[in-house]
Design a protein around this ligand. Structure first.
Ligand code: GLU
Length: 416
């Protein structure tokens, strides 16, 4: 089990749906292959005058429904298997959300906290320049992901634009507002997770999320906005949050706004006023809803049995292994899959791309309204497939997404 790759795990989950919908072999091969992917190794001048070589990737899984789309992450554990898997998930995410993109993902193996701002800028620009021949506003559009942000997107935009000799707003999303970004993009993934959590609460637990207990693992962009919006706007009781320094528990409810301010001032939750628990203990809390919003493989064969939540809403990409999925199913725990629940980010990325293309920018209210509609429709489609195929929500979401990509592929035909 320990040596199985992430992509193999994702294929196991994909094949469960492909089997149920009796997807033919040829289409199964097409949809489980990657269109293209590159690895780049590139030198960067460090502040002390030394040179360091970094390794980065960009994968495009499928472009049948439109340009490839997906984030770029900076993390010491970035590897080819991970980027391949995450680009595969992006295809299903865009399809289930009903936005006209295929899937892509990129990453650099680096701990950005070890770099000075100057080193981070030079590394980002060089990586982007290395992948520039493979991407473009109509071919593949990067965005933020783990440890990347609006500043890094600005450097990406500038690097690409220098090569083109014009400002190319459509080359990345997740840009700052002053540079063609969209209102509501920073909060979009967390807002999308919140909308889905409320829908899932009504559907699986019989009632709105208001007053229900929620534990959120991870306090990066996705986890922090999820906890904030679910607590402040939906009235959920956020009893636990966590980051790399551990878990923070308060059975009476965490003041998430305070946690937000605390992290801005102190860079992490270390020392935050709540009962300190471990990240593992957070997963085992007796709560209504558990939201893993950190990295891959959080819920595995060795800890799935200890989960007590009634509902899991995956906000991270790939947090649950197929073995853990089976254990959760046998325990009657409902789960909303990553590529459905966290599709809000790429959905508002799409809105940003559209706004940039016609240089007309929307009000925050319009962005939120359009996101709300897209997320609710996506949830409804998956819930309908779940009932039709009498299956779990991950498999149902795959069925909805696979149907869309397979239909586009059939309509286009095979070239030549
Ligand atoms: N990195 C985000 C994700 O995993 C957003 C991708 C995008 O906006 O293109 O969905």
């Amino acid at each position: 089990m320990a040596n199985k790759g992430l992509f193999e795990d994702a294929l196991t989950q994909f094949n469960r749906a492909a089997d149920l919908m009796k997807l033919d072999d040829g289409m199964r091969q097409v949809l489980s292959s990657h269109k293209r992917g590159i690895r780049v190794q590139f030198p960067v001048k460090m502040d002390d005058g030394s040179i360091r070589v970094f390794t980065g990737y960009r994968y495009q899984h499928n472009i049948a429904r439109g340009p490839a789309k997906g984030g770029v992450r900076y993390h010491p554990n970035v590897n080819e298997d991970e980027i391949k898997t995450l680009s595969f998930l992006m295809t299903w995410k865009c399809a289930v959300a009903g936005i006209p993109y295929g899937g892509a993902k990129g990453g650099v193996k680096v701990d950005p906290n070890e770099l000075s701002t100057g080193e981070l800028e030079r590394m980002s620009r060089r990586y982007f320049s290395e992948i520039s021949p493979f991407i473009g506003p109509e071919t593949d559009i990067p965005a933020p992901d783990v440890n990347t942000n609006a500043q890094i997107m600005s450097w990406f935009l500038d690097t690409y634009s220098m090569g083109e000799g014009r400002s190319t707003l459509g080359i990345v999303t997740g840009k700052p507002l002053e540079l063609g970004g969209s209102l509501g993009r920073p909060e979009a993934t967390g807002r999308g997770v919140s909308i889905i959590t409320n829908e899932a609460s009504k559907y699986f637990l019989g009632d709105e999320i208001k007053g229900k207990t929620v534990a959120v693992q991870g306090f990066g962009n996705v986890g922090s906005y999820t906890a904030l919006i679910l607590g402040e706007e939906y009235g959920a009781k956020i009893v636990a949050i966590s980051d790399i320094t551990g878990g923070y528990y308060n059975p009476d409810g965490i003041n998430v706004k305070e946690a937000f301010e605390y992290v801005t001032a102190h860079k992490s939750l270390e020392g935050f006023n709540a009962q300190k628990i471990t990240n593992e203990e957070l997963l085992e809390l007796d709560v209504d809803v558990l939201i893993p919003a950190a990295l891959e493989r959080t819920i595995r064969e060795d800890n799935a049995d200890k989960v007590k939540a009634k509902l899991i809403v995956e906000a991270a990409n790939g947090p649950t292994t197929p073995e853990a999925d089976a254990i959760l199913r046998s325990k009657g725990i409902h789960l909303v899959p990553d590529f459905l629940s966290n599709a809000g980010g790429v959905t508002v990325s799409y809105f940003e791309w559209v706004q940039g293309l016609y240089s007309y920018f929307w009000d925050l209210e319009d962005v939120r309204k359009a996101l709300d509609k897209a997320m609710k429709n996506a949830f409804k489609d998956s819930a309908t497939a779940r009932e039709e195929y009498k299956t779990d929500m991950r498999t149902a979401s795959y069925i909805v997404a696979i149907n869309k990509v397979a239909t586009a592929t059939r309509l286009r035909g095979i070239f030549p």
